[in-house]
Design a binder for this molecule. Structure first.
Ligand SMILES: Nc1nc2c(ncn2[C@@H]2O[C@H](COP(=O)(O)OP(=O)(O)OP(=O)(O)O)[C@@H](O)[C@H]2O)c(=O)[nH]1
Ligand SMILES: [Mg+2]
Length: 369
C-alpha cells in the first residue's frame, strides 16, 4: 500500500510559539504561554526557545503575518529545534504551511494535549478514548508530518509514533477504524455503567472532585481517604476516575471520586471521547471544585472548569468550592480570593490545614438533600 507520509525521528527540542491577540489580555496570554511550557515539559521535550507574538490581525496562511512566520522559522532553525509547538489551534492547512516553511513538524496545543493523554492512558477505556480522539484529530490532517514527541514512552507504545497508524492507511480506513473504536468503547462503557449501578445500590452519596489540571484533586482524595492515587507536578496525572469511601462526619459515609482535570481549550475530540469518564461529575450528588489558590490566573481556571461542567450537564449539581495550596499562596492574594469565592473553604492538601472545616462543609451540603 502506498504510504501517505513518513514518520519522522522523535523530536527532542521544541520551539514554542504563543500568540497574544485582541481577544485575550496579556495576563492570560502569559499564563497560556506558561501552560504551553508545562504541557511541552510534561511530554519530556527540551525547550529550544519561545516567543510570545502579538498578532493584531489573524492571517489565514500562518495565523500571523508571513514575515513574522519566516522570522520564527529561522530562529527555530538557528536553535536546532526539531519541532514547532503552537499555543493556538492550527487549521490543517496552517499546519501544512508551517511544516513546508520550517521543514520541521508543527504541533498545536490540541495535539500536544492528545499526546499527553495517550501517554497517560492506563485502563482499556482510557486507551480506547485516546485512540479515538487521535484518529478524529488526524482525519483532516493526513499529510501532517507525524512525529514522536515523547522520549519517555514505555513499552506499551513501543517504537510507534502516535500517528503511525495513519501511515499505511487512507481516509476511508481511518473512518472505519473510528467506527470500530466507537463500538468497542460502547462495550467497555457498559461495564462502567454496571459498576455505577452497583455503587448506587450501596446507597451512598457521591462527591466528585473536579477542577483544573494540577489543582490538587488527587492530593485531596489521598488525604481525605488514605488512598494512594498518583500525585505529580505534571499536567493530566489522572485520567481515570478513582472512587473511595470516606466519612465527612463520624458515622456518615459517602463516596469520593477523583476525576480528569480540565484545561483551557480542551480539544473537543477529547471531551467527546472522554464524555463517559467526565460525566462522573454530572452524576454526582455534590461537586468539590478544587482551585489552586497560588495561581495568578485562578479566575480563568475557575471559568474553564465551570464551562466544561456546563457542557457536561453538571451545572445544577451543588458545589463546595475549595481554595487549595494555601501554604504556597500569597497571604495578601488569598485575602482577596475569599470574598471573590464566598463560602469557599481554604485548605492545604499538603499540610492538612482546613481539612476539618472542609469535611464539615461537605457534611452540611450532603445533609441538604
Ligand atoms: N504546596 C502545595 N502543593 C500541593 C498541594 N496540593 C497538591 N499540591 C501539588 O500540586 C501538584 C498536583 O497535584 P495533584 O494532586 O496531582 O493535582 P491534580 O489536580 O490531581 O492534577 P491532574 O490529575 O494532573 O489534573 C503536585 O505536585 C502536588 O504535590 C498543596 O496543598 N500545597
Ligand atoms: Mg489527579
Amino acid at each position: 500500500m502506498q504510504k501517505l507520509y513518513e514518520t519522522e525521528a522523535p523530536a527532542k527540542k521544541g520551539f514554542l510559539v504563543s500568540v497574544w491577540d485582541n481577544k485575550i489580555d496579556k495576563i492570560e496570554a502569559q499564563s497560556l504561554e506558561r501552560e504551553l511550557l508545562g504541557l511541552t515539559s510534561t511530554l519530556g521535550l527540551e525547550i529550544a526557545g519561545q516567543e510570545l507574538v502579538h498578532v493584531r490581525e489573524k492571517q489565514p496562511k500562518f495565523g500571523m503575518g508571513s514575515g513574522k512566520a519566516q522570522e520564527l522559522a529561522e530562529k527555530a532553525a538557528a536553535l536546532n529545534a526539531d519541532c514547532l509547538v503552537f499555543n493556538f489551534e492550527l487549521s490543517p492547512s496552517q499546519q501544512r504551511n508551517w511544516e513546508e516553511l520550517a521543514n520541521i513538524s508543527a504541533v498545536d496545543r490540541q495535539e500536544l494535549i492528545i499526546k499527553i493523554f495517550a501517554e497517560r492512558a492506563v485502563t482499556r477505556e482510557a486507551e480506547l478514548q485516546v485512540k479515538l480522539a487521535q484518529l478524529v484529530y488526524s482525519l483532516p490532517r493526513l499529510s501532517h508530518k507525524y512525529i514522536d514527541l515523547s522520549r519517555q514512552r514505555g513499552g506499551r507504545y513501543g517504537t510507534r509514533g502516535a500517528g503511525e497508524t495513519l501511515l499505511e492507511t487512507d481516509r476511508r480506513q481511518v473512518e472505519q477504524k473510528i467506527q470500530k473504536l466507537e463500538k468497542e468503547l460502547k462495550a467497555v462503557q457498559k461495564q462502567r455503567q454496571i459498576q455505577r449501578k452497583q455503587r448506587e445500590r450501596q446507597g451512598l452519596p457521591v462527591c466528585a472532585i473536579v477542577g483544573y489540571t494540577n489543582a490538587g484533586k488527587s492530593s485531596l482524595l489521598n488525604v481525605l481517604t488514605g488512598a494512594n492515587v498518583l500525585v505529580e507536578d505534571k499536567l493530566f496525572a489522572t485520567l481515570d476516575a478513582t472512587t473511595r469511601r470516606f466519612e465527612p462526619e463520624p458515622g456518615k459515609a459517602a463516596l469520593l471520586v477523583d476525576t480528569v482535570g480540565f484545561i483551557r481549550r480542551l480539544p473537543h475530540s477529547l471531551i467527546k471521547a472522554f464524555r463517559s469518564t467526565l460525566e462522573e461529575a454530572a452524576l454526582a450528588d455534590l461537586l468539590i471544585h478544587v482551585l489552586d489558590a497560588s495561581e495568578t490566573d485562578i479566575e480563568s481556571f475557575y471559568q474553564t472548569t465551570n464551562s466544561v461542567l456546563g457542557e457536561l450537564g453538571a451545572q445544577n449539581v451543588p458545589v463546595v468550592t475549595v481554595l487549595n495550596k494555601i501554604d504556597k499562596a500569597d497571604a495578601c492574594a488569598l485575602e482577596n480570593l475569599l470574598p471573590r469565592f464566598p463560602g469557599s473553604v481554604a485548605i492545604s492538601a499538603k499540610d492538612g490545614k482546613g481539612l476539618a472545616d472542609l469535611k464539615r462543609q461537605i457534611g452540611i451540603a450532603l445533609g441538604k438533600d
